[in-house]
Design a protein around this ligand. Structure first.
Ligand code: GLY
Ligand code: MN
Ligand code: MN
Length: 435
């Protein structure tokens, strides 16, 4: 455990708070959630809390006090010999303070009693309301406890700032520690996609291919998939969030797989579409090459200084012209883009921020202006085409769904495709599947 990247982020947030007048920030981690009766879902820390602490246990909260001598204080579970026999290791406040480089650490059992004192006489509270009703109630109760001491000379913070808004802006530009993890998460997911190509064959079930991903992710130390994998044979690929993954794969059809892993909190998000039998048919190749050309154009548009929408617009121009050429759409390219008639076959955007969350934190636009890409930002580039059967659609394209999705890091002069190890040209896919 290297606490420095986390400590540096805390110091940056504290600097920001100090520059904005100071105050105290309260950042709780996620609660454990019941799956059924006494069994919980696998625990995952809150992304903001993880970003600032790296501390993996539930029942923890970070308090940051800005000012001339900034303080980072952790509240966490006590050591408990009996509970550790049943449920495993706990750091306890003393070891947590040492290992994670906090200025102080206390038992979470003391948090409610200490919170009014933390808030008292601070100019501002930095907290994000509305995400957890229990936490909101705790904060309100503590604020009222301070207000009740007005006659004793105590003052409650008169201003509340949304601390997540500051953290969203920080999280948008990844530091070296994050980029290293994201590169690795993308490599692992890319190797899982290669493995899936080798495992796919007519007659297998979608879940058998999903199992290849779960195996490959865990084998490399990933804690979990970053989201439920989509393994969609044939027409299922036209269901954007298909996760049933329970159908047999048919000879002559395509399979679309959208699967990425989470490594130490960071997501990869990769989609590949390829033939179940290892050979693209003519119409499949036509549509596939069109999506690939659109993706190539979109990736070429990823560079510092352009707006977030630039890759989407580049993909759209290629896709819409291609759909006209393949007789999926009738009209002029610009007219079809203007009228959004293409949305019948391409109904999502070409990407999103990627990081601790698969759809990561960060503004996409401020009023009418799209966020400007800068080095260190990470996003997906994922054009697709989803052609449902219909009388006015050429029969050769019926029920074909294709998406090609890569994870991209904006660099000083362009971008780096983090997921480039997953084959995606027609020749590369067919060669991989022949192995
Ligand atoms: N896998 C979710 C997405 O591609 O956005
Ligand atoms: Mn995505
Ligand atoms: Mn995806």
């Amino acid at each position: 455990m290297d606490p420095l990247p986390f400590r540096n982020r805390r110091l940056r947030l504290l600097d920001h708070m100090a520059a904005a007048g100071g105050g105290v920030a309260i950042i709780p981690t996620a609660p454990e959630r019941i799956r059924n009766r006494d069994t919980t879902y696998p625990y995952r820390a809150d992304s903001y809390f993880h970003y600032l602490t790296g501390f993996p246990e539930p029942e923890a909260v970070l308090a940051l006090i800005a000012g001339p001598s900034p303080q980072a204080i952790l509240f966490c579970r006590e050591k408990d010999a009996e509970k550790e026999i049943w449920d495993g290791f706990r750091y306890g406040p003393a070891a947590a303070r040492e290992i994670f480089a906090f200025d102080a650490a206390h038992s979470i059992a003391e948090f409610e009693a200490k919170l009014p004192d933390l808030l008292a006489d601070q100019p501002a509270l930095w907290y994000s309301l509305g995400h957890d009703a229990d936490w909101d109630a705790r904060i309100v109760k503590a604020m009222n406890a301070v207000r009740a001491q007005t006659r004793a000379g105590k003052r409650a913070p008169s201003v509340t700032h949304d601390v997540r808004a500051v953290l969203d802006a920080m999280r948008l530009v990844k530091d070296d520690h994050e980029i290293t993890l994201m590169r690795r998460a993308a490599q692992i997911a890319a190797s899982a996609h290669r493995r899936a190509m080798l495992a796919t064959a007519p007659g297998k079930y979608e879940y058998e291919i999903e199992a290849e991903f779960l195996h490959e992710f865990r084998r490399h130390g990933c804690q979990a998939p970053a989201y439920p994998p989509i393994v969609a044979g044939g027409a299922n690929a036209c269901i954007l969030h298909y996760v049933a993954n329970n159908q047999p794969l048919e000879d002559g059809k395509l399979i679309l797989i959208d699967a990425g892993c989470e490594l130490d909190g960071y997501a990869s998000d990769i989609t590949r579409s390829f033939p179940v039998n290892g050979r693209f048919s003519g119409p499949q190749a036509d549509l596939y090459q069109l999506v690939l050309d659109a993706q190539t154009a979109a990736i070429a548009a990823v560079k510092p200084g352009v707006g977030f929408l630039a890759p989407h617009e580049a993909a759209l121009r290629v896709l819409v012209q291609g759909m006209i050429d393949l007789k999926l759409l009738v009209g002029s390219r610009d007219g079809l883009i203007e009228s959004e008639a293409y949305k019948r076959f391409y109904m999502h955007r070409t990407g999103h921020w990627l990081g601790l969350d698969v759809h990561d934190a960060g503004e996409y636009r401020q009023n009418e202006t799209w966020t400007t890409l800068q080095a260190g930002m990470t996003l997906t580039v994922e054009p697709g085409l989803y052609v449902r059967a219909a009388d006015d659609v050429p029969a050769a394209f019926h029920d074909i769904g294709i998406r090609i999705e890569d994870d991209v890091l904006v660099t000083a002069h362009g971008c780096e495709v983090l997921s480039c190890d997953a084959p995606k040209t027609i020749a590369a896919i067919e060669a991989e599947m022949k192995r």
